[in-house]
Design a protein around this ligand. Sequence first.
Ligand SMILES: NC(=O)c1ccc[n+]([C@@H]2O[C@H](COP(=O)([O-])OP(=O)(O)OC[C@H]3O[C@@H](n4cnc5c(N)ncnc54)[C@H](OP(=O)(O)O)[C@@H]3O)[C@@H](O)[C@H]2O)c1
Length: 267
Amino acid sequence: MGYYRNKTVLVTGAFGGFGLCFVSELLNRGASLILSDTPENVRAASEGMVQIPGAEGGRGRQVLSLIPADLSSAEGCRALHEEYRDLGIGLDMIIHNAGIACWGEYADVPPELNEKIIDINLLSVMRLNALFLPEIINRCGHIIYVSSVAGFVATPFGVAYSTSKFGVRGFAMALHGEIGKHGVRTTIVYPFFSRTPILKSRTFGNPAISYLPGFCSSSPGHVVSCALQGAARGKLHVFPGFFSRIMWLASRFHPVISAQRKIRGHS
Ligand SMILES: NC(=O)c1ccc[n+]([C@@H]2O[C@H](COP(=O)([O-])OP(=O)(O)OC[C@H]3O[C@@H](n4cnc5c(N)ncnc54)[C@H](OP(=O)(O)O)[C@@H]3O)[C@@H](O)[C@H]2O)c1
């Protein structure tokens, strides 16, 4: 896919489950990468404890920089932007991928954690865009957002998470209405459950979660491959995999699903 060749791409959450798949696919497709993750993850990667897949040599296969940044605060987002600026290179694409989750009834989850989910999953996206937008507009770039099926289906036992992912979707669509005219592309990706470390996030209380059979969760590689293909085709919304598409269609035809209302009875 020639779309990514010679593009410079910033990936957040680069050493997580989806992150490493983005890295591998983008390197294979000839992109140059700036990778960011938590200071701990970047240290582990620098010390060789995390292998960067596909980074071993070859023309056009390059990781330009590893930037540690805790995206849970405005300072962390600024630090990432400042380190990027010091590189003195242009940027064609941002992949907003960093994220956290937890499971449990809203009242059982510590309020600071609910707020941290919003900080990392939503506010960091808004903050980074505010910082990087001039560069992205200047290069007629592309912004890819990793939302979730929880960004269009209100999801109990993941209230802050679902709020953050609805927020990302609304933010991305509204901003696209402003920056599309500058030639900037937007792609929002809505994965269903996928086998990455985030599925092992902490649980609080004793939520009545029914566990999904394994076949319902997709491989991270498949999700990322669909995301990059959709983005290269200029799609605004990408539903990677059968369950993501089914949930989207179900929520269109039966809006009660996305609103968590009973089909009969009061809302
Ligand atoms: N897997 C799924 O089922 C699924 C479904 C829908 C959407 N998503 C979304 O996909 C994205 C990637 O998640 P994933 O599934 O690949 O999970 P993951 O493996 O946990 O990756 C998330 C990455 O973000 C990093 N991160 C966490 N807090 C951060 C912070 N404060 N600053 C900077 N980076 C931070 C994580 O670091 P740590 O390793 O230290 O946590 C990790 O490297 C997330 O936005 C998630 O919400 C996932």
